[in-house]
Design a protein around this ligand. Sequence first.
Ligand code: TNX
Length: 509
Amino acid sequence: MSTYPIIPAPVTITDASGHFTINKDVQIVLVGEKDAAAKAAEQLRQFLSQVGLEIPFGEDADAKDVIVFELNPGLDIPAEGYQLDIEKRKVHIKGTDASGLYFAVQTIRQLLPESIEGTAEVSKLYLPAGSIQDNPEYAYRGMMLDVARHFFSVEDVKRVIDLISKYKINYLHLHLSDDQGWRIEIKSWPLLTRIGSRNEVGGGKGGFYTQEQYKEIVAYAASKFITIVPEIDMPGHTNSALNSYGILNPGITVPEKTAKPVDRGDLGITEPDDKATPYHTGIEVGFSTLDTDSPTTYQFIDDVIRELAEITPGPYIHIGGDESHVTALEDYIPFIEKAQAIVTKYGKKTMGWDEVAHAKLLPTSVAQFWAKGQNARMAIEQGSQILVSPAVKTYLDMQYDSTTQIGLHWAAYIELDDAYNWDPMAMDSLAFERKSILGVEAPLWSETVTNLEEIEFMTFPRLPAIAEIAWTPTANRSWESFSKRIAAHGKRWELMGVNYYKSPRVNWD
Ligand code: TNX
């Protein structure tokens, strides 16, 4: 078992001899909180059924040839953790919550041969005997997808969810608005989607999720134990709102060379709006701002957050707050505090990019450290936790090297070993205490990323490296071991049709 390429590496593995055979005689038995356990068991049934093994549910946990899913909050297993014991005639998976059992299923999947990622039917599969005790180092293990710079369909987002959940990622942050496009239906401000969604980098047609589609994404993610964190970026990165409603605009200008007029007539909108801005089709940042003095702006934010909170079961709403270069600091600070109060009013916790630490943060608010260590420190000094996403290590839109065809490199070139070899508690001159760190997230910005193949290319294999940093204790991590294990995942991605980057730092054969 200990030689199997499990990513993220588990906390403890104990080998034993022999194996458990999965064939048509095997049954799944649920013990303890059966309904919740069934959600994880269902995921195992689904992927076994894809290779022709239909495993029924049985009743007798003491019978032979059973896979037992035991969910019991009284066990001594940390949150999201599991104990997996594989013997010759029995597999026993224990956890104190359904997520733990689900993550055990992901481990089992990686203990099975690569062929289970394809569709070729098999009559039996072997699981190596032994035991694994496992639980995550950090409670938040995330990826961010920017659906604003380029829009991606519900199907694309579901595919991303499938691929990242195999690496025990439990949060997907969706960057739902930016200068180039507004991507979520807000019923009380309908022009956001009628106008603001119809653009993207390069001037393409853009798009948006209806609230029903967003709920579908949320539910699909939940079935894979992933929580969606929606982001509405403000007060900067808001040109798509200003395209739609000039009343939110304090009088900014879009960089002329990337401006494209909005044809309201074409969209069937007859009322003129002189203060509404043109579309921004370029990738310059930092020129837009909401009017921080206007009561209408706060009514707008209240409506947007209220509607979003209603369709977001997860605990967080992300208010952006980055690169508000044309908002004076004395306007920015009260703005962030008001936005935070609105998020709180609707029962959610606030996340924001590290600049939000200039404002007075609530202890429940989380600052996402992407650029400035001193901002992260300011957040921690106020009693908030940080989400660690340093651009130089975790940004999935950074190119691998100077030959990478897509991506940017303003922060760094990030090869696979660069993405792997760092620690959230010890980054260059920065040292954060363990308790100040909520977790780790890898953002994929999409200025240069236009389709699913490109998403996959920038995400794999780096996301699994970040997932291991977030899940596996530092003492259990080594590049030497990871670089060997990741090669086996390359074979799996080939069977799944994932367009991954064959990093020259790995021997993929
Ligand atoms: C910086 S990271 C940004 C984004 C860009 C990204 C490109 C952050 C909070 N702001 O607006 O998309 O760089 O790498």
